[in-house]
Write a protein that binds this ligand. Structure first.
Ligand SMILES: [Zn+2]
Length: 177
């Protein structure tokens, strides 16, 4: 029988474009999933989700780091999970935050930011509150209130924006690092 070569199917091509990030589960802009508002999570459900979610998010974060991207944080919608959760994993601060809410904002500065869901090397200058106070629930269901400033305040604002379907190019201007 004659062998027929048909090449990649349209679905395969679409998938390859969508997955042009470092890890197949990393959702890249302009995917519509990144524009949806994420749902709050029921506190009683937290212990059951921790394995799957955390493993996926940390896997993606590690894959990005192995690829040479300097990153300290990721939000659930960036791996296709539509709940209000993000992690910051850095030497100075390591937290996982369910249902984060900013309760106080003081001052303003221009924060230079990149994003795992944007092509590598793309940076935006985004106006952020200089000092924030925010509330969150940890993986054990315990509530916390934390005051952060400058870079870490900006990271939290960036990640909470993801939970609201807001990306850095909405309020920021392209810039060099
Ligand atoms: Zn981002």
């Amino acid at each position: 029988m004659e062998e027929i070569t048909v090449g990649p199917t349209p679905v395969e091509i679409k998938r390859a474009e969508h997955n042009s990030g470092i890890h197949p589960k990393l959702v890249m802009a302009p995917a519509p999933e990144l524009r949806q508002k994420s749902e709050p999570i029921n506190i009683n459900f937290i212990p059951q989700v921790q394995d799957g979610w955390l493993v996926t998010m940390i896997e993606v974060l590690d894959a990005c780091r192995k690829a040479g991207i300097h990153t300290n944080s990721i939000s659930a919608p960036q791996v296709g999970i539509k709940y209000r959760y993000f992690i910051i994993d850095s030497p100075a601060l390591s937290i996982g935050c369910f249902n984060p809410v900013i309760t106080k904002r003081v001052g303003q500065f221009q924060s230079i930011e990149g994003c795992l869901s944007f092509p590598r090397g793309r940076f935006y200058s985004v106006p952020r509150a200089k000092i924030i106070k925010f509330h969150y629930t940890d993986i054990l269901g315990k509530e916390h209130s934390l005051k952060l400033r400058d870079r870490y305040a900006a990271i939290v604002q960036h990640e909470i924006d993801h939970l609201d379907g807001i990306l850095m190019d909405d309020n920021g201007l392209p810039c060099r690092e």
